[in-house]
Design a protein around this ligand. Structure first.
Ligand SMILES: *Cc1c(COP(=O)(O)O)cnc(C)c1O
Length: 396
């Protein structure tokens, strides 16, 4: 039944065929197994399956054929041995962090995190007696200085939201290895195509599949990928018994999203590069941060660890909040939304939306000013998008 992926496949092939399991009907497109349970041919067969002596599905909270296809396809893309997909990116991040920790353990995390990730680290973990230290993820010495005898886990996001700063994943993974800790990387902003954290030495990689993997703004999803031993020892039981499972329907949607991921990410990255270059030349713009440009403050690390730029662009308007709001309101194709990775181009003003819970000092520390805007490039024609941005800048 299982059509195991070939390790020789390039990503574009793996994303169309990886993990496919066809039913007796030989359907072309992946089947949607919208079922909770599975029937056993005999009492003996049920016993054998529960004992793990016979392969097969038991209950969709544990595993489901459509969900299994999504996990196998993601493993093929990521070069991971095993994975568990979840109902949202946050279910995946919180499971990846909490499943291996206990009271008395210490976590070092980069400070620049997606808002909900920061809440899990900064607010939730200490409630359970887990010690945390937040560091400037760009500062290698800060990571080193934060290490304690009980440090068990490092966590980072790279590039970061919204200012697209990067962390040196290979160096942080080496530090983690030297003290027997694990590095978990939230790779959403890079996408699985532009950055391979496991190849750089990270131990666990997590995605919000809601973003580029769906890529068409439809459903939530998340996934945790690692080696089989880490999943078996840490995530397997936690996942089964806490129930963050991905709906088979959403897994099916995400599977179809994976087929077109390389085409979409390539075009969105190309457009983002063009938009970044246009913004960098504009008199109303005081700063552009784009991982594909030579003037990115960490261009050397990006050249080492990323295969391409980003589908997002961050920039500052000289006129502050008034100019940023006027710019957003004047856009006609690009819509105002905090989401990203969609086929539709989206813009957000982090200071008043995604990062409004940070104090003004914390916002400044994160590089978020009153005039900072984040663009997520979609699949529209890039000339149309540049024209839309140009006319909105006139209004700003
Ligand atoms: C969106 C996002 C998440 C959370 O994912 P959801 O699917 O919304 O739960 C986590 N990390 C990053 C970097 C994200 O962009």
């Amino acid at each position: 039944m299982t059509n195991d992926f070939s390790n020789e496949w390039k990503p574009q092939t793996a994303l169309v065929h990886g993990g496919t399991q066809r039913s007796q009907f030989g359907e072309t497109s992946e089947a949607l197994y919208l079922t909770q349970g599975f029937i056993y041919e005999s009492a003996e067969a049920a016993e054998a399956r529960f004992k793990g002596e016979e392969p097969g599905f038991i209950y969709s909270r544990y595993a489901n054929p459509t969900v299994d296809m999504f996990e196998k396809r993601m493993c093929a893309l990521e070069g991971a041995e095993d994975a568990r997909s979840m109902a949202s990116g946050m279910a995946a991040v919180s499971a990846a962090l909490l499943c291996s920790l206990k009271a008395g353990d210490h976590v070092v995390s980069a400070r620049a995190l997606f808002g909900s990730c920061r809440w899990v680290v900064e607010t939730l973990m200490p409630r359970y007696g887990i010690e945390i230290t937040l560091v400037d993820g760009k500062d290698m010495e800060a990571w080193e200085d934060a290490v304690r005898p009980n440090t068990k886990l490092f966590f980072l996001e790279s590039p970061t939201n919204p200012t697209l700063e990067v962390c040196d994943i290979a160096a942080i993974a080496t530090l983690a290895d030297s003290i027997g800790a694990r590095l978990v990387v939230d790779n959403v902003f890079a996408t699985p195509l532009q950055q391979k954290p496991l190849e750089l030495g990270a131990h666990v990689v997590v995605y919000s599949a809601t973003k580029h993997i769906d890529g068409q703004g439809r459903c939530l999803g998340g996934i945790v990928l690692s080696d089989k031993q880490w999943i078996d020892e840490n995530l397997h039981d936690y996942f089964r018994h806490t129930g963050p499972s991905l709906s088979p329907f959403n897994a099916w949607t995400l599977l179809k999203g994976l087929e077109t991921l390389p085409l979409r990410v390539r075009q969105q990255t190309e457009t983002a590069g063009k938009v970044a270059d246009f913004l960098a030349e504009h008199e109303k713009v005081s700063r552009v941060v784009y991982p594909g440009r030579k003037d990115h403050p960490q261009a050397d690390i990006i050249a080492r660890q990323m295969k391409g730029g980003s589908t997002l662009v961050c920039f500052d308007l000289k006129g502050g909040k008034d100019a940023a709001f006027a710019f957003e309101n004047a856009l006609s194709i690009i819509a105002i939304s905090n989401n990203l990775g969609d086929a539709k181009s989206l813009v957000t003003h982090p200071a008043t939306t995604t990062h409004k819970n940070l104090s003004p000092e914390a916002q400044a520390e994160a590089g978020i000013g009153a005039g900072t805007l984040r663009l997520s490039m979609g699949l529209e024609d890039s000339d149309d998008l540049v024209r839309d941005i140009a006319q909105a800048l006139d209004a700003a």
